[in-house]
Write a protein that binds this ligand. Structure first.
Ligand SMILES: Cc1cc2nc3c(=O)[nH]c(=O)nc-3n(C[C@H](O)[C@H](O)[C@H](O)COP(=O)(O)OP(=O)(O)OC[C@H]3O[C@@H](n4cnc5c(N)ncnc54)[C@H](O)[C@@H]3O)c2cc1C
Length: 520
């Protein structure tokens, strides 16, 4: 080992880049290692057909943390929004679609009374989500601690909850641990509206609408939508990633792509460096890993340096990905029955009812892909023309449910069969779509694991559930970003407050590492 770095960040996904930029801003000498040939990870772009690119996974901005944008001056590094406050269209097979915005719902069968209930319901859930958003801004507190900081964080959180007032506090406690299906049953009668809200509560999870923790996931999704609602960056997700990359490089960070870390090197006192797949050893004072917790602890660190209890917790961490990604290159814009072309820039959902989604999930519970999958569809070329040649469009869809551990595995036949079911479903809503397809790609969770190095291809690098949340995320012993090995930190979606393109875990981890000080 010759050169020595203050910090090596493993992974140049958006959290790794954010973390590195914060460390660079604090004057640390930082190196980022990325196994693939491009930066961005699951928020990166992907060329899948001649002249056509799409967001590889994340296609919509929900959570981008305004503090990250301000601290890292992302706007001066080129970040612009192409669209904000995007509406959601709950697609109906016969063209009777509903349009949902942050406080309004419109469409056939929606009464003025249901409209008012929707506005009040979303306002209330947004107030709950604001508590979650505040909790996401800091390192989760330790429940038993000798540090005043932990008690201060707990007190601040308690204060936020108390500020909700008696009625809201009681309601938060009542619905927090039940499921989205039961909550929506109490409020609404329209199946299409309930289906759309249910999909928001289960996207990226191994849960159906009747599963516990779905209210938590719904609130997590809302928590980020404070400023711009659901948004798209100029240039798509590449706009966010390029700005983060520039911000990191401007703060002296070095980024090496095509450079996989194969081992985190330790001695009796903690972390000493990183070994590359090539065998080269790089010395450093701390390592911040944005690889998922299983990859970090089981593969890069190795169970021999961790105690049995911790290894068991990591082994038991639930991260079964069930979201697949569909990419289509299309001759012309798709025509959804009864949908105005101007609405193609929004979020289009195939989630006709809660029961439809629950049945789709039932298959995944038993290791099969859904017969009738649910989908979140975007047409990125509406906002970024350059993603496809003139006259063409690209379609990007998150498809649920395609379980990582498919019974029999994701063979070519299994993939082709699932693709056929997706296209059959799509064609019910957009009858001419098959004839428009120039090229198609389906990435199952197994493909996502291979492509992005994320165990199970999981959206959040680990299920977002009360037992894997805040001071329990990813597991006790590593929930304050610091791992049990001195000098090792987690800085990716597997850490608090979880996944989505926010930059928050990266920012919080950098702050925890800086507070921990440089070792040796
Ligand atoms: C299908 C799908 C759709 C999604 N859609 C959305 C969406 O619309 N909006 C949204 O906000 N979120 C969405 N998400 C979630 C979001 O993409 C992720 O939560 C987020 O991108 C995670 O960022 P990260 O930086 O923590 O991790 P990652 O993006 O996974 O980055 C980790 C990086 O580490 C690298 N790496 C791993 N191991 C090593 C190693 N040994 N050496 C070097 N490098 C390594 C990987 O190559 C990768 O680049 C979606 C996720 C999925 C799966």
């Amino acid at each position: 080992m010759t050169e020595r770095w203050d910090a090596i960040v493993i992974g140049a996904g958006h959290n790794g880049l954010t973390c590195a930029a914060y460390l660079g801003r604090a004057g640390r000498k930082v190196l980022v290692l990325e196994r693939s040939s491009t930066v961005g990870g699951m928020a990166g772009m992907r060329r899948f057909a001649e002249g056509c690119s799409v967001p590889g996974c994340a296609h919509l901005l929900y959570h981008l943390n305004p503090r990250v944008v301000a601290d890292l001056e992302l706007q001066s590094h080129g970040l612009r929004l192409a669209a904000s406050h995007l509406p959601t269209v709950a697609l109906d097979e016969n063209g009777g679609h509903l349009t949902l915005t942050e406080r309004s719902v419109d469409g056939p069968g929606i009464s003025p009374q249901q409209r008012a209930v929707y506005a009040a319901f979303m306002d209330r859930l947004r107030r709950f989500a604001a508590v979650l958003a505040a909790a996401g801004e800091t390192r989760p507190p330790r429940l038993v601690s000798d540090q005043w900081r932990d008690y201060l964080t707990l007190a601040a959180l308690g204060w936020k909850v108390w500020q909700l007032g008696r009625d809201d506090m009681r309601e938060l406690m009542r619905i927090g641990a039940i499921n989205i299906f039961d909550v929506l049953q109490e409020e609404f009668d329209n199946p299409l509206l309930k289906g759309a809200l249910c999909l928001d509560a289960v996207l990226g999870t191994h849960m159906g609408p009747r599963s516990p923790n779905t209210v938590l996931n719904f609130l997590h999704r809302l928590a980020g939508q404070t400023g711009a609602g659901v948004a798209v960056a100029d240039g798509g997700m590449q706009g966010v990633i390029s700005a983060l990359e520039r911000a990191a490089v401007a703060r002296g960070v070095e980024i090496r792509v095509n450079t996989a870390a194969s081992r985190i090197v330790t001695d009796a006192d903690g972390v000493t460096g990183v070994e590359l797949a090539s065998g080269e050893l790089l010395a450093c004072r701390m390592v911040l890993s944005s690889a998922d917790p299983k990859t970090t602890f089981q593969r890069l660190l190795g169970p021999q340096v961790l105690d049995t209890g911790f290894n068991r917790r990591i082994h038991n961490l639930r991260m079964r990905g069930t979201a697949a990604k569909l990419h289509l290159a299309l001759r012309g814009a798709p025509a959804f029955r009864g949908l105005d072309a101007a609405a193609l820039g929004g979020r289009l959902l195939i989630a006709p009812s809660p029961d439809y989604i629950e049945l789709a999930f039932d298959a995944a519970k038993y290791g099969a892909g859904s017969e009738h999958p649910a989908m979140e569809i975007t047409i990125p070329t509406v906002h970024t023309r350059a993603l496809a040649p003139a006259g063409m469009h690209v379609l990007s869809a998150v498809v649920q449910y395609a379980p990582a551990g498919l019974r029999g595995g994701w063979s070519a036949d299994a993939k082709a069969g699932f693709m056929e079911r997706i296209l059959t479903q799509l064609a019910r809503y957009a009858p001419g779509i098959r004839e428009q397809i120039v090229s198609a790609e389906l990435l199952t969770p197994a493909d996502l694991e291979a492509e992005y190095g994320v165990t199970g291809g999981h959206w959040h690098h680990g299920e977002l559930a009360l037992d894997q949340f805040m001071m329990l995320r990813p597991v006790p012993g590593a929930a304050q970003y610091a791992a049990p090995i001195p000098g090792l930190y987690l800085c990716g979606a597997g850490a608090h407050p979880g996944g989505g393109v926010s930059g928050t875990p990266g920012r919080n981890a950098a702050q925890a590492a800086l507070a921990g000080g440089l070792r040796r």
